[in-house]
Ligand binder design. Structure first.
Ligand SMILES: [Fe+2]
Length: 332
């Protein structure tokens, strides 16, 4: 069964704006004296209404753009979701997972935004924190250390923090710098590898490398794991889920930015490998999946109807299809 269509929006892989399906054929309204057949005359009053309407439309568009540029990107919220997993041991207390993604630290404003997301998340006291990539957009040598400094508090989670890298970390040639800086603050980067959480039950965190490398390999990552136990999969690009044949308890991803710009009535675009699973929780894929809208921006620097988020996922034993979310809380 296909997952629910929740839309999506674009950033780093926008289709051509010249696509014939994007704009319907438009009727041409001509100004004149009305002498031409089929052309209706527009008098002074009609012309004034047209000008006023155009002005309102332009003003509204400018206002929406200003909102999307300066206000909504700073409305960082904490999304809470309770996820029921059959794999989670019934005798284990709930696990509170903090999730951050797509910080895209590319300037002081982005770093400040990332800091607020970290503060919001850590105030909710997660047991463990997962980071799913795209820490920088460019100039990794300059911004990765600052991003890591901001992320340092996540290491104080009782069960630690784990990271994978995203496409932009690689595209900017910053993958090594990102791993070094995350390591400096005590956060290991998982690249087709896994780690066991320090708890009585067998709970593994599996990190698969970004699909942009062409080296993603979950088979290698789980090769030496026991057949049973809880398996959390971290991978930047959410659509990787459809390629997974190994058993996964819950996948956590980012990359989509939730579409970033979601104007009702208009299609939103998402980058490659984030077109099937765009944002939120999916229980109809090959395994349960949660995709975060992330924190930062890329491409057109706007967020409209798609605010940045940190996520707190509380995992308990039960039927995954009964998982329930709440409205984002703690928006700043
Ligand atoms: Fe990405």
């Amino acid at each position: 069964m296909p997952p629910p269509a929740r839309g999506g929006g674009g950033n780093d892989a926008l289709p051509s704006r010249g696509h014939p399906d994007r704009f319907p054929r438009q009727r041409v309204l001509r100004f004149g004296d009305g002498s031409s057949a089929g052309v209706r005359a527009i008098g002074p009053i009609g012309r004034r209404r047209l000008i006023i309407g155009a002005g309102l439309a332009l003003g509204g568009g400018a206002g929406l753009a200003a909102y999307g540029r300066w206000i909504e990107p700073e409305r960082v919220g904490l999304t809470r979701l309770r996820i029921l997993l059959r794999d989670w041991p019934a005798d284990q207390p709930p696990l509170r997972i903090g999730l951050l993604s797509d910080l895209h630290c590319d300037g002081d404003r982005a770093v400040h935004r990332a800091r607020r997301a970290v503060e919001l998340l850590m105030a909710a006291r997660p047991d463990v924190v997962f980071l799913t990539g795209d820490y920088v957009t460019s100039h990794g040598e300059q911004w990765a250390p600052k991003c890591a400094d901001v992320l340092a508090p996540v290491r104080s989670a009782p069960l630690g923090a784990y990271a994978v890298r995203g496409n932009h970390d690689w595209w900017t040639g910053s993958a090594g710098i990102v791993e070094r800086e995350l390591g400096r603050i005590g956060v290991p980067t998982l690249s087709n590898s896994s780690a066991r959480l320090a708890m009585p039950s067998d709970v593994r965190v599996i990190g698969v490398e970004s699909l942009t490398t062409g080296k993603e390999d979950i088979t290698a990552a789980v090769a030496h794991l026991p057949p049973n136990g809880v398996r959390f999969l971290l991978v930047h690009e959410p659509d990787f889920a459809d390629r997974v044949t190994e058993r996964v308890s819950l996948q956590l991803s980012g990359h989509s930015h939730g579409g970033q710009i979601r104007v009702p009535g208009l299609p939103a675009y998402t980058p490659y490998a984030a077109r099937r699973y765009v944002m939120g929780y999916y229980d109809s894929g090959p395994h349960p999946i949660f995709v975060t809208r992330g924190v930062g921006m890329i491409g057109v620097p706007l967020r409209i109807n798609c605010p940045p988020e940190a996520a707190l996922l509380t995992v308990i034993h039960g039927d995954a299809r009964s998982s329930r979310g709440t409205e984002p809380t703690g928006r700043t």
